[in-house]
Ligand binder design. Structure first.
Ligand code: PMP
Length: 367
């Protein structure tokens, strides 16, 4: 059977040992006689799973004690609205926040947040005239027109669709930075203390869809509008171990297995080295030939999501068909950008990237 490599942007590939373990534990979790799916979220079995999952995430990201970790539902798109509700202050309409637009996802965040308060776009890399060139870099930090009275500064540190990743953080003074890290959380070490809020949907580097992780600094928990639904009120959830409602228990369980796997790999320091090796392999090949291209600024090229184009776009269908026949799945680019996209998250082995490059070489030779 052909070895399959799945380059989906998300839901995405999970580590095989995690899936095997979930399979082994499916019918009877640790002698409990139950599947995790069948357990009460308030029972001792599941509360032990949740506690271990949070503890391992804290270890992996070195999360300081003055940050709460929330396991919520609604995904990152729901957070686009939940963030202003929690941070713009009691009287939403008078609140103001700064947003930087570096791709489709941060643009969407602006659109969603704008219903709740005054949203200032303080920098953008959008080029209206071309879909392919639309977002290809993070504007220089010195050009950002930051407001010192903003309730927060929102950024998306890895743009999944455009393949644009931050290579540093601006100095926002006392304004808390709120970062959508959905598609590169846990791919590299970060200094959590530089952020007010970090959030991300699980379905790329964490686990199955349905879980959204929010890491929030304690002092930001007192600012929610009274209109915030209880399930989306970070303070209420923090005070109730994310259990004001029924949390997505099975997704949390798989996330816990992924965290254990990541710790066994050597944590984010070790996985970063693998991610650098994988991304370098693919970018080096793309740059070595005129047959393929990637037009993201070198210092903002994402290690996780690598969009690329064939010089002759009429070959796109043949490229994808041949890729699939070679076990290389879900390489079609996002409809907004076109071309191809290889998402190479933590769980993608280097062998998958090697197989992709070998196929790209063979395809180039054949055409
Ligand atoms: N932000 C980023 C960076 C994403 O990649 C995605 C999903 N691809 C989202 C937000 C939206 O996530 P969801 O569909 O889970 O709400």
């Amino acid at each position: 059977m052909t070895q399959i490599y799945n380059f989906s942007a998300g839901p995405a590939v999970l580590p095989k040992p995690v899936l095997e373990r979930a399979q082994a534990e499916m019918l009877d979790w640790h002698g409990s006689g139950m599947s995790v799916m069948e357990m009460s979220h308030r029972g001792k079995e599941f509360t032990s799973i949740l506690a271990k999952t949070e503890a391992d995430l804290r270890t992996l990201l070195n999360i300081p004690d003055n940050y709460k970790v929330l396991f919520l539902q609604g995904g990152a798109i729901a957070e686009n609205a939940i963030i202003p509700m929690n941070l713009l202050g009691a009287d939403l309409k008078t609140g103001e926040a700064d947003y930087v637009v570096t791709g489709a996802w941060s643009k969407r965040s602006v659109e969603d947040a704008s219903a709740y308060g005054k949203i200032n776009v303080v920098a953008t890399s959008e080029v209206e005239s071309s879909e392919a060139e639309k977002f290809t870099h993070v504007p220089a930090f010195s050009s950002w027109k930051l407001n010192k009275d903003a309730a927060y500064l929102h950024i998306c540190t890895n743009e999944t669709i455009n393949g644009v990743e931050f290579d540093g953080l601006p100095d926002a003074g006392n304004v808390p930075i709120v970062a959508d890290m959905s598609s590169h959380i846990l791919s590299r070490p970060i200094d959590v203390s530089q952020y007010g809020v970090i959030y991300g949907g699980a379905q790329k580097n964490i686990g199955p869809a349905g879980l959204c992780i929010v890491i929030v600094r304690d002092d930001l928990l007192d600012r929610a509008s009274p209109l915030t639904p209880a399930v989306f009120n970070w303070k209420t959830q923090a005070e109730n171990q994310s259990m004001i409602n029924t949390p997505p228990t099975y997704s949390i369980y798989i996330a816990g297995l992924v965290f254990e796997w990541l710790l066994a790999q050597g944590g984010v320091v070790a996985i970063e080295q693998q991610n650098i090796a994988k991304a370098t392999l693919l970018y080096n090949y793309i740059d070595s030939t005129a047959f393929y291209s990637n037009n993201v600024a070198l210092n903002n090229r994402s290690r996780m999501n690598i969009p690329f184009f064939l010089r002759d776009e009429s070959l796109n269908d043949a490229f994808l068909k041949g890729a699939e026949a070679n076990g290389l799945l879900q390489l079609k680019g996002h409809r907004m950008v076109g071309g191809m996209r290889a998402s190479i998250y933590n769980a993608m082995p280097i062998a998958g990237v090697q197989a992709l490059v070998a196929y790209m070489q063979a395809f180039e030779q054949a055409h």
